[in-house]
Design a binder for this molecule. Structure first.
Ligand SMILES: [Zn+2]
Ligand SMILES: [Zn+2]
Length: 306
């Protein structure tokens, strides 16, 4: 198992650190344990963002794929009193399947605020309850001991502890949100856009100005985490599935002039060697774009300080 160096430093200078971004799961669709995925990791989508300011520690979690279990285990050492704002991009399995295994949810005194969009007329709470319905899981959601709340959001702005959040509708089957996080009081900006089909397929309900609005949404972003599930070779046969190639992600990052792009939601079939190849091809595409940016591929356990 990947050891997540999760606990943040204390002492002098701590408050000068704006926030820490930790990748807990970088894979799309289904967990992929095994010898071929040791380096990039096999857990599904989960990224944590933590900062401390004069009012305390603030922990925001982006998606609850199987990687959230690692975070829960790391948080267990903090005992009770853990507060988490969990932002769900959407409710496909690979973005919620870790939630029933998120240990802090079962500890009295902890607080878990879940944010996300309705799917059609169906409440987020109803979807999460079904995932833990007795016919498929032994412990119902309503037996969680933590103080748990569900908040419905749509495109627009809301606030969680320590961050301003802007939400943007993505091109993906279902009602899927991308999030832009700005620390309260200012600082580096993070955008998390996974499960997003940048090009082709016109079956999404997003309006004709979607691309221009997306580029505007990303203005001033320091780190863009973006879906790069496919290569230019295999994206064509998956049009309408709601994902992008690394080349499309690089083109977006160049157009929006973001400083750093993290390729995310790796295809289950892509082993470590294939991921290395995808990353070098993406870096070559970035150099060819003429915009000076850093390109990374998400690796489970990777931490960045913004
Ligand atoms: Zn996904
Ligand atoms: Zn999805």
């Amino acid at each position: 198992m990947v050891q997540v160096p999760y606990l943040l430093p204390h002492g002098d200078g701590w408050r000068d650190v704006s926030y820490t971004v930790t990748v807990l799961g970088a894979r799309g669709s289904i967990p992929t344990p095994g010898s071929g995925t040791i380096r990039y990791g096999g857990n599904t989508s989960c990224v944590s963002v933590e900062r401390a300011d004069a009012t305390g520690r603030h922990l925001v979690v982006l998606d609850a794929g199987s990687g959230i279990r690692l975070l829960g285990n790391a948080l267990a050492s903090r005992g009770n009193g853990v507060e988490v704002d969990l932002l769900l991009s959407h409710t496909h399995w690979d973005h919620i399947q870790g939630l029933p295994f998120f240990a802090p949810m079962f500890v009295q005194g902890n607080v878990l605020r879940i944010w996300g969009a309705r799917q059609g007329e169906v409440d987020l709470g109803a979807i999460l309850r079904q995932q833990m319905h007795p016919v498929v899981f032994p412990v119902p959601l309503d037996e969680s001991a933590a103080d748990l709340g569900v908040n419905h959001i749509g495109p627009g702005t809301f606030e969680v502890e320590g961050f301003r959040v802007d939400a943007f509708r993505l091109r993906h089957p279902g009602n899927t949100m991308g999030y832009r996080l700005t620390p309260a009081g200012g600082g580096a900006v993070l955008a998390y856009l996974t499960d997003n089909e940048l090009d082709g397929h016109h079956g999404y309900d997003v309006g004709p100005r979607w691309r221009a609005e997306l580029v505007a949404f990303l203005e001033g972003v320091d780190l863009l985490v973006h879906d790069a599930m496919y290569t230019p070779d295999d994206v064509g046969e998956h049009r309408g599935w709601g994902h992008s190639s690394y080349a499309e992600a690089v083109a977006l990052a160049a157009e929006a002039r973001v400083a750093r792009l993290m390729l995310f939601h790796h295809r289950p079939e892509r082993d470590d060697e294939a991921m290395d190849g995808l990353l070098s091809a993406a870096r070559a595409a970035a150099r060819a774009s003429g915009h000076d940016m850093e390109v990374l591929a998400a690796i489970e356990g990777m931490q960045l300080i913004l």
